[in-house]
Design a protein around this ligand. Structure first.
Ligand code: ADP
Ligand code: MG
Length: 456
């Protein structure tokens, strides 16, 4: 039996054991690369599938493999590269169909720089400037050319999903590329708070402060989180002053101006206000179109102008949502291997644009999550701490809240009378993780697609 035949046999059996949609999502574009020394190497199209297959389907594949060849002891998954070693025409086909999925996922393959905490993918190059953000852009640019000497501190504020993190990180990245020796550090304010609180607990605050005082460029994102955290504010104030007096650059962001952050100590507020403050407004239609076009280009995908216009017209207040809508189309097109028409796009994006109560219900949500994770519906409602069930259950709670606007107590009642604080905790956890974990973001996108388009 050749490798291809063997894989086909295995796939045929897997197909019986998991849902059709899971099969199409996770096994498309896979192949056996080699069998050697009791080890089988399986090629997969991208890191997303790799992680998924490793975590979810490794045992199943191994079990089936054993019925064919009991000598095989282990599986390794590798990502099939676009170029390397794929002369065979069929393999090229497989890779081609997965190319844009791969591109789409490249973003998360960038490693956060461990010294700076910066994500190198946020650049000035891929930041679109319009009248709503040009002041903030110009200020960040000026600071990146001359850190510590132009605007200090630089304070950028604006609503969610409008590019604050992108701009802050682009500034940090540019400084890093110009002065790799400068100590340049990015912190979400929440993370900095945890760091400070933990070191107070462990009696290590002076060590931490000493370290922070060595920084040349300190970037703190979402400073509204400092609200009410008195102890953190106090420590931060001292670090801030020290850096400021030594002409070190400080860059801050918040979802509102300093004077609108409640419970921000007066002296800290006036420090924040002492430098340059810029706001980011709402993007105009042209900018929204430009952002969509750039993303399509980056992803190597061609969408009709009418589809882009439809998205840009319907999502006006949040660039993250704008990208999310586009991503959803890209994923749909990947999973179904089809081109998107305006009609399909409208259907897929209904829940983004439809402000009226959404067309789904508890049943549809639980069914979609169950089939996506390949778990029985009744198991999802059980009171268990098994890891494989806890997370999908939290996702259901999250979706009940976001898609159906259900109250926390009402969601709790659906899960054997769970306390509303448990539900709230689950909701917050998923909400937070979604911002940090591209995989989870994609999982939830795929689940939503199932909820709203029964054809998937
Ligand atoms: P915020 O921090 O304000 O909530 P982000 O910086 O996280 O927003 O931006 C949300 C998403 O939108 C990110 O993926 C970011 O890359 C993208 N984005 C925001 N503004 C722009 C822009 N002007 N050009 C291109 N992409 C943008
Ligand atoms: Mg942000």
């Amino acid at each position: 039996m050749t490798k291809e035949e063997m894989w086909q046999t295995i796939l045929a059996q897997i197909q019986f054991q998991i849902s059709k949609a899971s099969f199409a999502t996770w096994f498309k574009g896979t192949q056996i690369v080699s069998i050697n020394n009791n080890k089988i190497i399986i090629g997969v199209p991208n890191s997303f599938s790799k992680e998924w297959l490793e975590n979810k389907y490794q045992n199943l594949i191994l079990k089936i493999l054993h019925t064919i060849d009991e000598n095989i002891k282990s599986i390794e998954f590798i990502i099939l590269s676009k170029k390397g070693g794929t002369k065979n025409k069929k393999e090229n086909e497989i890779i081609k169909t997965n190319n844009f999925a791969q591109n789409q996922l490249e973003f998360k393959e960038f490693k956060i720089n461990p010294t700076t905490n910066l994500n190198p993918n946020y650049k000035f190059d891929n930041f679109i400037v319009g009248s709503f953000n040009e002041l903030a852009y110009a200020a960040c640019w000026a600071v990146s050319e001359n850190p510590g000497n132009v605007y200090n501190p630089l304070f950028i504020y604006g609503g969610v999903g409008l590019g604050k993190t992108h701009l802050l990180q682009a500034t940090g990245n540019k400084i890093y590329s110009l002065w790799p020796d400068k100590k340049n550090k990015y912190y979400p304010a929440e993370e900095l708070t945890t760091l400070i609180v933990e070191s107070i607990k462990k009696n290590e605050i002076s060590t931490l402060k000493k370290k922070l005082k060595e920084i040349d460029v300190l970037i703190v994102d979402d400073t509204q989180f400092l609200a009410g955290k008195e102890k953190t504010q106090e420590e931060f104030f001292h670090i801030f002053n020290y850096l400021y007096q030594n002409q070190k650059q400080i860059i801050l962001s918040s979802d509102r101006p300093p004077k609108a952050i409640p419970a921000l100590e007066e002296r800290l507020r006036s420090r924040f206000e002492g430098g340059m403050i810029c706001d980011i407004g709402l993007p105009d239609f042209e900018t929204r179109m430009a952002i969509l076009k750039m993303k399509c280009e980056q992803n190597n995908i061609l969408l009709d102008q009418s589809i882009l216009e439809y998205i840009a017209l319907n999502i006006q207040n949040n660039i993250r949502e704008l990208e999310g809508a586009l991503n959803r189309l890209i994923i749909y097109s990947k999973v179904n291997n089809t081109n998107i028409t305006l009609e399909t796009a409208k259907k897929i994006l209904e829940q983004f644009t439809n402000k009226s109560p959404k067309a789904t219900n508890f049943k549809a949500i639980i069914q979609s999550v169950a089939s996506f994770y390949n778990i029985k519906e009744e198991d999802l409602l059980k009171n268990t701490r098994i890891k494989e069930i806890v997370k999908p259950r939290q996702i259901i709670m999250y979706l009940l809240r976001t898609e159906l606007n259900e109250s926390f107590p009402s969601i709790g009642r659906k899960f054997k009378g769970k306390d509303h604080t448990t539900v709230m905790h689950a909701f917050r956890k998923i909400e937070k993780e979604l911002k940090e974990n591209e995989n989870l973001f994609q999982e939830i996108n795929l689940i939503k697609q199932r909820i709203y388009t029964s054809s998937v």
